[in-house]
Ligand binder design. Structure first.
Ligand code: PLP
Length: 279
């Protein structure tokens, strides 16, 4: 397995980052994840645009122009002979003697990339549908930034794991914000409902692609808040992410949706997304 660290492709075992790295000490960094299908990156330019935006929001210089990122990603995929899975990218504010304030401007950011082989298209969970639980959203107020500070999501996902389900939907003031690593959708009255973008949630790249596909398919999309109660009563539900694509949800907090199987509109959207991704 070959990974990328600060300008070099090295064997995984040889890859190291300093204990003074600000990603390690302060979670002072940004990450991004693109899916790989058939050896090709899925919707990658949008992920790289969000990476650039996240870095800008916290004042880390983007170390590479888009074409260089693509070159590095493609090289990593090639060296690992990755047909299906994920490319993970992380940029931190670099390594410097520990101090909360930023290090000198010339401090180079730390750049790390690795691949993970994973079945993203033919995922058996998507066939039977995923179960989710709801948990309180205890995160900070800039969730639009894809920060590596993921402790709230780690705890949420662990709750889900303990409950034997796939995902935790986070709830604030009675309304679903998003999944711990995905965007939440419900279908109610035949309409596709998802929360509008704000600082309360991450602008999902898959979310946007699925909304476009839904619109092209003639479905009505409502960007509005939805409550946990509304989700319990929904006809269908699903979540989206670069790694799950469109994942049908069949149960929320032990409350079964519809007939307990992935819903027809959700299945259609998953098929449209897979087609778009070149599956
Ligand atoms: N929301 C959160 C909190 C996430 O961590 C993720 C992905 O990791 C998403 C939404 C989905 O975003 P995307 O579709 O860009 O992968």
């Amino acid at each position: 397995r070959i990974v990328y660290v600060n300008g070099e492709f090295v064997p995984f075992e040889a890859a190291t980052v300093s204990i003074m790295d600000r990603g390690f000490l302060f979670a002072d960094g940004i990450y991004e994840v693109s899916a790989v299908l058939g050896g090709r990156l899925v919707d990658n330019e949008a992920h790289l645009a969000r990476l650039d935006r996240s870095l800008g929001e916290i004042g880390i210089r983007n170390p590479h122009p888009t074409n260089e990122w693509v070159r590095l990603q493609t090289e990593l995929v090639r060296r690992n002979e990755l047909a299906e899975g994920l490319v993970y990218m992380q940029v931190t504010r670099g390594t410097y003697e520990r101090d909360f304030a930023f290090p000198p401007a010339e401090t180079p950011p730390t750049v790390v990339m690795f691949t993970q082989a994973k079945t993203v298209a033919r995922n058996p969970v998507a066939e039977r549908g995923a179960k989710v639980i709801t948990v309180p959203d205890i995160r900070w107020k800039r969730r639009d930034i894809k920060s590596v500070a993921l402790l709230a999501q780690v705890l949420a996902k662990q709750e889900a794991a303990k409950a034997g389900v796939s995902e935790a939907w986070m709830v604030e003031d009675g309304f679903v914000t998003e999944g711990s690593s995905s965007t939440a959708f419900i279908i109610t009255g035949g309409k596709v409902v998802t929360r509008p973008l704000s600082t309360a949630l991450l602008p999902g790249i898959t979310r946007l692609a699925v909304m476009r596909l839904a619109e092209e398919a003639g479905l009505t999309i409502e960007e509005r808040l939805f409550s946990v109660e509304e989700a319990f009563a929904a006809e269908e539900a699903f979540f989206t992410s670069a790694s799950a694509f469109v994942m049908p949800v069949v149960e929320i907090d032990s409350c079964s949706l519809g007939d307990g199987a992935p819903g027809p509109l959700t299945k259609r959207l998953r098929a449209l997304y897979l087609e778009m991704a070149g599956a």
